[in-house]
Design a protein around this ligand. Structure first.
Ligand code: 9D3
Length: 244
């Protein structure tokens, strides 16, 4: 899969992507990453990428033409298959694992990172297929969001994770938060590893972990527990969890 990021801070995206899982995927040729700076597509001597909003108000907007030309240049690098253009902005639909999973069959994903107060709406209407957000909080631009998207999609591509990690990913598609994890030593700051994890009883360990996953989801993310998925068996486990 090929990622193209249109950004005023290309080195921020390139450098960060070279770490860890994404860096390895790029080295192995499973992922290609290129960056395009709209400033390189300006036509005036001051290389202007921003302008004032019609109707007034604070801040500046990203101009249409440099963004449009940068995206067109990225499209000339198109592989066989589908190209999608996604704009990252606070007004986008919130990114979910399901949304990202749908993108694994796209061969070129062009991610447009906004800066300033926003982007001329005609660019979003005429040039973008989708508009995505990280969630309901404010960050300073779309670059970190583009990196999040690249990381999360790369992890889903065949051959990127080891067999064990991939299988684990499958088993967490049950939509619950993870259970707590412990490693050596057995006691830290007076806190002991739960006895069941030392028992060697794998059925009991599985039941305890599932109870923890359900209980923590109920406590912290009740929005993830749709009424439908709360079987009588699961309700009983949550009630058992509540007793601690
Ligand atoms: C005053 C209105 N603000 C919009 C909520 C202004 C504004 C804040 C932050 C305009 C642009 C930005 C830059 N943010 C992004 O480009 C961004 C973002 C975000 O701020 N939150 C969550 N997801 C994303 S994706 C891109």
């Amino acid at each position: 899969m090929r990622f193209d990021v249109v950004t005023l801070f290309p080195e921020m995206v390139l450098k960060a992507a070279l770490f860890g899982v994404t860096g390895r995927a790029i080295e192995q040729g499973l992922v290609d990453l290129a960056v395009w700076n709209p400033r390189d597509y300006t036509l005036d001597k001051h290389r202007t990428v921003d302008d004032r909003p019609y109707g007034g108000g604070p801040g500046m907007l990203m101009k249409y033409q440099p963004l449009h030309d940068a995206v067109q240049e990225a499209k000339t690098q198109r592989q066989s298959g589908v190209t999608k253009v996604v704009c990252l902005s606070p007004q986008g639909v919130p990114i979910t694992q399901a949304l990202l999973a749908k993108m694994t069959n796209v061969s070129q994903l062009i991610l447009v990172a906004g800066r300033y107060e926003g982007i001329d709406e005609r660019f979003i209407e005429a040039d973008c297929d989708e508009e995505w957000s990280l969630g309901d909080f404010v960050i300073s631009g779309g670059e970190l969001a583009a990196l999040v998207v690249i990381d999360a999609i790369t992890r889903l591509l065949p051959g990127v994770l080891g067999d064990q990690e991939s299988a684990q990913q499958d088993s967490y598609s049950h939509g619950l938060l993870d259970y707590p994890h412990y490693t050596r030593p057995e006691v830290i700051a007076g806190l002991a590893v739960p006895a069941v994890l030392l028992s060697g009883n794998h059925a009991e360990i599985q039941r305890w972990r599932f109870k923890q996953a359900l209980g923590r989801t109920w406590q912290r993310r009740p929005d993830l527990l749709q009424e439908a998925s709360l079987t009588p068996e699961r309700r009983a486990l949550i009630i058992e969890f509540m007793k601690f």
